[in-house]
Ligand binder design. Structure first.
Ligand code: 5AD
Ligand code: SF4
Length: 440
């Protein structure tokens, strides 16, 4: 028998869904009477909510475990998230952690902790048919911008990606459960909700309703000012969702639509099931519906066999689109994925040079997008205090970070004039003029 943990900390790595899952695990343990600590080093139980998408994520988990066990401390350690799902038994064997719990089983965390206290190694990486969501406590207190998972898993099987294996098949949460959670989030302080899913725009109620129907329903919740969603797949970008960008005022003008590469041969080898041209034409339709939309994407450089000329097609695509922001990565072979078996690996230094060139182009476009915003009026949702005294930090409709000073409170939605642009943020002044005026 070990002593039962009284305090806990959750450390989340990786994507926004892990942040959401981390919050829900914290709520679950709080409901069990445990107390959160600000510093993981002070906690009796540390939950490492891990990411497996790239690189040596497993090694990172082992070094984190080593760090937590330094100085003779021996907190109870639970490994959650996608590394737990993919490498659970290996983690128990090598690091003798107390609990391993996969992303679809974390509602069982209290039981698993109790089993660990009783001395049994507790591992649960099941993907049960019944959703974990029903077993989680209600949302109580959240910040002005909250996440809400509506869809999980992926059936696309891009050849480089572990997600279909770690998060399982595409599953949509029921319409009513999502609406109830959205209302609870608004009651708990949220003014903006970002709907989350590995393929969020594949959400369906199974009866013909899609993400845009959900968005139109959420739009009617009093007090909910802003709706966002991420991450989308080009093939699930229904016309109804594009129309929602034209019609629904609370749906923010921002679209994260990963493309990964600009060459049709590479896209095919990635099993992306869209072409360079179909992606670009899709963006034309989105921009026709919402001309000011800010576009974002994900890119992988150095996919096995990618030639210089193929990489240049990615650069040309970036130049053509003009992204407002983007994420770009070196290809990282993931165990068990088809691409990991392709022999033609790109040397590290070639990948580094390509990434640098790509990021140069993306940074240039991000700055240009920010500079083009100067002189616009818009609303900013205040999310937190800035680094300087009296400074507040919020988000524009286009997901830009905006700094401003004044007596504004966290959660305020205020009308501003954007005055200066930098690569990663803008500054603004309070603009009491009519928000219908678009420039100042
Ligand atoms: N290597 C590099 N990047 C990857 N991504 C997914 N799998 C890999 C991989 N094996 C990137 C993709 C995806 C984002 C979440 O992570 O760009 O859209
Ligand atoms: Fe991974 Fe592709 Fe699914 Fe995105 S669509 S989660 S990149 S397999």
């Amino acid at each position: 028998m070990k002593p039962a943990p009284k305090t806990f900390a959750v450390k989340s790595f990786g994507c926004q869904m892990n942040v959401y899952d981390g919050e829900r695990m914290a709520e679950l343990m709080t409901a069990e009477g445990m107390i959160p600590t600000a510093d993981a080093n002070d906690a009796d139980l540390v939950v490492l909510n891990t990411c497996h998408i790239r690189e040596r994520a497993t090694e990172k988990v082992f070094s984190d475990i080593g760090r937590l066990r330094k100085h003779g401390r021996a907190p109870m350690i639970a490994v959650a998230g996608c590394v737990a799902q993919a490498e659970g038994e290996e983690i128990v064997r090598r690091a003798k952690v107390d609990v391993v719990v996969g992303p679809q089983a974390y509602h069982n965390l209290p039981r698993l902790v109790a089993e660990a206290v009783a001395g049994t190694a507790a591992l649960d990486t099941d993907m049960p048919a019944a959703s974990k969501f029903g077993a989680l406590p209600a949302r109580r207190k959240v910040g002005p911008s909250a996440f809400l998972t509506v869809q999980e898993g992926c059936d696309k099987f891009c050849t480089y990606c572990v997600v279909p294996y770690t998060r399982g098949a595409e599953v949509s949460r029921p319409f009513a459960a999502i609406v109830d959670e959205a209302k609870a989030l608004v009651d708990a302080g949220a003014r903006e909700i970002t709907l989350l899913g590995q393929n969020v725009n594949a959400w369906t109620d199974g009866d013909g309703r899609g993400l845009h129907d959900l968005i139109r329903t959420l739009d009617r919740i009093p007090g909910l000012a802003r709706i966002r969603y991420t991450t989308s797949h080009p093939n699930d970008m229904a016309q109804g969702l594009i129309d929602a960008h034209r019609d629904v005022e609370s749906l923010m003008p921002f679209l994260h639509l990963p493309v990964q590469a600009g060459s049709d041969r590479v896209l095919k080898a990635m099993n992306r099931s869209h072409s360079r041209d179909s992606y670009l034409r899709l963006l034309d339709r989105v921009r026709a519906a919402r001309p000011d939309i800010a576009l974002s994407g994900d890119f992988i450089v150095g996919f096995p066999g990618e030639t210089d000329a193929e990489f240049e097609e990615t650069i040309r695509l970036v130049n053509e689109v003009g992204y407002a922001q983007a994420f770009s990565f070196k290809y990282s072979p993931r165990p068990g994925t088809p691409a990991a078996d392709i022999a033609d690996h790109i040397p590290e230094e070639v990948m580094s040079a390509r990434l640098q060139q790509l990021q140069g182009a993306l940074n240039r476009d991000q700055l240009a997008f920010n500079e083009a915003s100067v002189g616009r009026t818009c609303e900013v949702l205040i999310e937190r205090e800035g680094k300087l005294p009296g400074q507040m930090l919020g988000k524009s409709p286009w997901l830009q970070s905006v700094l401003l000073s004044g007596a504004h409170k966290i959660g305020d939605l205020i009308s501003v004039c954007l005055t200066h642009a930098g690569p990663n943020s803008l500054t603004a002044i309070f603009n009491p003029a009519s928000p219908t005026k678009t420039s100042c």
